[in-house]
Design a protein around this ligand. Structure first.
Ligand code: UT7
Length: 331
C-alpha cells in the first residue's frame, strides 16, 4: 500500500502579510474632520469606548484588490512561494472592487497567478475565519495545495461622516496568509455560525438597480445590539472550537479576535482566563478593518516575534449577517 495514500493531510499557515494605506488619521484628526461638519466627538470618548487611537484610510479610487496585492505579496514572500505556486485564492471582503467579477479574480491577475481557482467570500467581519475554514477544508480534501487567503477592505468608502457613532470606528487595510498542505497540523478545528434574523443591526442596505444605487449605500450599525451579541457568541465559539480540537483554555498561547472594540476583546480574554498579554491588540492603531482585522493582527504578532512556530492560536471573527466563528491552529 502506498503510505502517501493514508498519511494524514493537514492545512498549515506558512506565511503572513499585511498592508495599511499610508494615510493615518489620529482621533484628533477625526475630531477636526467632524468639527468641520458641526459634529462633536473627542479622543477621550473614542479611546474609552473602543480603544481606538488611529485608523488608516485609502484614498478615493483605491480599491480592496490594491490593498490585497501588497498583503498577498508579503505573505507569499514569507512562505517562500511565488504567484505560480498558488492554486486557490479566496478574498474575504464586503467592499469588493466591482459588483462582479470578484476581487479575487482581479487580485489573481494583478499577482500574475492566472489559472488558479479564485472567488470572494462575503461574511463581513467574520469573513477571514470563514475563508480560512473553507481553505482548510479544500486543502485537506486535496482540492488545493497552496492557497492564498486575504481579508481586504476599504470600509472608509462606506462611512457616513455625519454619523459619529460609526465613522470613528472603522479603517482600511488588508491581511493575507498562505495555507499549504502539510503532514503536520496546522489548523486544528473551526466553528462557524450565522443568524440572519439580525441582518438589520449591521448592514449597508443599498443595492444597484437599473444603473442607479437603490436604498442607503452607507454603513449602519446598532452598536449596542452588536456589542451584546458579539460578547456572547465569541465566548461560545471559543469554547466550541477548543472542544472540537480536544484542547483547553490553558493550551492557548494567543487570542487574536476581531479588532472592533477593546472592551469586547478584553471580555473574551477574561472569560477564557487568559492573561492580558496573550491578547493581540491592533484595534488601537488600525480601527475596525472588518475582514482584514484578524489577518492584519496575526501578521503584526508574527512580525513582532510574539507568535512563534508551534504556538497555539485562537482566531475569532464576528460581524454583519450576523456572522461569527473561530479557528484554532498550531502556527
Ligand atoms: O465589526 C463588527 C463588530 N462591531 C462591533 O463589535 C461594534 C460593537 N459596538 C460597540 O463597539 C459600541 O456599542 C460602540 C463603540 C459603537 C458605542 O459604544 P457604547 O458604549 O455602546 O455607546 P452608546 O451607543 O451607548 O452611546 C453612548 C453615548 C450616546 O450619547 P447619549 O445618548 O448617552 O447622550 C452617543 O450619542 O455616546 C454618544 N456617542 C458619541 N459621543 C462622542 C456616540 N458616538 C460618539 C462619538 N463621540 N463618536
Amino acid at each position: 500500500m502506498n503510505p502517501q495514500a493514508t498519511a494524514p493531510r493537514y492545512a498549515r499557515i506558512t506565511g503572513t502579510g499585511g498592508y495599511l494605506p499610508p494615510q493615518r488619521l489620529s482621533n484628533d484628526d477625526m475630531v477636526a474632520m467632524l468639527a468641520a461638519r458641526g459634529i462633536e466627538t473627542s479622543d477621550a470618548w473614542i479611546v474609552e469606548r473602543t480603544g481606538i487611537r488611529a485608523r488608516h484610510f485609502a484614498d478615493a479610487g483605491v480599491t480592496s484588490s490594491e490593498l490585497a496585492l501588497h498583503a498577498a505579496r508579503q505573505a507569499l514572500a514569507a512562505a517562500g512561494r511565488s504567484a505560480e505556486d498558488v492554486d486557490l485564492i479566496i478574498v474575504a471582503t464586503s467592499t469588493p472592487d466591482m459588483v462582479f467579477p470578484s476581487t479575487a479574480c482581479i487580485l489573481q491577475h494583478k499577482l500574475g497567478a492566472n489559472g488558479c481557482a479564485a472567488f470572494d467570500l462575503q461574511a463581513v467581519c467574520a469573513g477571514f475565519v470563514y475563508a480560512l475554514t473553507v481553505a482548510d477544508s479544500m486543502v485537506r480534501a486535496g482540492t488545493a495545495q497552496c492557497a492564498l487567503i486575504v481579508g481586504a477592505e476599504v470600509f472608509s468608502h462606506l462611512l457616513d461622516f455625519n454619523d459619529r457613532s460609526t465613522c470613528v470606528l472603522f479603517g482600511d487595510g488588508a491581511g493575507a496568509v498562505v495555507v499549504e498542505a502539510s503532514g503536520e497540523p496546522g489548523i486544528l478545528a473551526a466553528d462557524l455560525h450565522a443568524d440572519g434574523r439580525h441582518a438589520g443591526i449591521l448592514c449597508t442596505p443599498g443595492t444597484v438597480c437599473g444603473g442607479q444605487v437603490l436604498g442607503d449605500p452607507l454603513l449602519r450599525m446598532d452598536g449596542q445590539a452588536v456589542f451584546k451579541l458579539a460578547v456572547g457568541v465569541l465566548d461560545s465559539a471559543a469554547r466550541a472550537v477548543l472542544d472540537k480540537a480536544g484542547r483547553s483554555e490553558a493550551d492557548l498561547d494567543w487570542l487574536i479576535p476581531h479588532q472592533a472594540n477593546i472592551r469586547i476583546m478584553a471580555s473574551t480574554a477574561r472569560k477564557l482566563k487568559l492573561a492580558p498579554e496573550k491578547l493581540v491588540v491592533t484595534v488601537d492603531e488600525h480601527g475596525n478593518t472588518s475582514a482584514a482585522s484578524v489577518p492584519l493582527a496575526l501578521d503584526a504578532a508574527v512580525r513582532s516575534g510574539r507568535v512563534q512556530r508551534g504556538d497555539t492560536v485562537l482566531l475569532e471573527g464576528v460581524g454583519g449577517g450576523f456572522t461569527w466563528g473561530a479557528v484554532l491552529l498550531d502556527f
